[in-house]
Design a protein around this ligand. Sequence first.
Ligand SMILES: [Zn+2]
Length: 340
Amino acid sequence: MSPRLSLAAVVGAIVVAVALVPPGRSEPAAKKLAIPEMKFDEVKEIAPGVFFRYSSISATDPKVPFGGSNHTWVLFKDHVVVIDANFPKEAGDVLAAIKKTTKLPIKYVLDTHHHGDHAYGNAVWAKEGAKIIGHTHAARLLMANGAKQWEEQAKDRKDVKESHLHQVDEHFDDKLVLDDGTQRVEFLHLGHSHTRGDAVAYLPKHKILCTGDACVNGAFNFMGHSNSAEWVKCLEKMEKLDVDLVCPGHGPVAGKDLIAKQKRYFVELRAAVQKGIDVKKTVDEIAAGLDMPWYKEWTGKAANDIKDNVKHVFDELTGKIDHERLGAAPRVGRDDLVRR
Ligand SMILES: [Zn+2]
């Protein structure tokens, strides 16, 4: 039995157990969750049994400790589920923070995508006995590109050099549900957004959505592995979910309006680039003409200065990017994904 099947069996057993609970015991309507004010590296219980750790993404400011990605963890009856794996060093910091909130073992960790600040700490969590879960394409990308990118990162980061790349243990295509009757976490793949293999974690009972880098708050939107047209559609799918709090991959927790703000950047950027292409402008000319003061207010960086994103959309709209290749090259056989 492949690990994939074994997880399906476990999840199935949990769902069956839930179905045996007699109906009619309705829970009181949950109060709308407040948006927490948080300092870097602070941990808050944002809903019963749901913790959020807010990390700084600054790798250059010596006054602010780098924290990699944000983290959410959920206390189930007898185990913990963690959203994102971070870099090895930061994974250790988060692990210590989790241990201050619970003695329960960590059973599952979701890599929201294959980037280093979300997946390179996998070995740290695996050592704790956790299974690493990711979307099929995240697993494939981590396997296909991981070794090379890991070597690159190892040049700059001691923790990466001293750790090893642990691959995704269990992968899923559209949806994977963990539910023990007390907590419910739905891992959802909504399409190709920030990467080909993005997954979000939806907590319907608490109306919380953990988005990974498919929606960030004030942080730089790396678009190099993205499909901007599909990304807009993915954000529209997120908007259809019943959500009060958005826990982004980077930046502070926000209300649901964050999703619209994130979408606005891609919609306006795509429209401006298309307009420029129509009148034969160059990437530099289009970037110089971008008029998005609200974006600078939000991120601290003028949209004009993020030329890589303008170039990415320019290349997409002029047919220079093969999104299939971007997501899957070089090809890795599906069967390879279950190999440790
Ligand atoms: Zn990323």
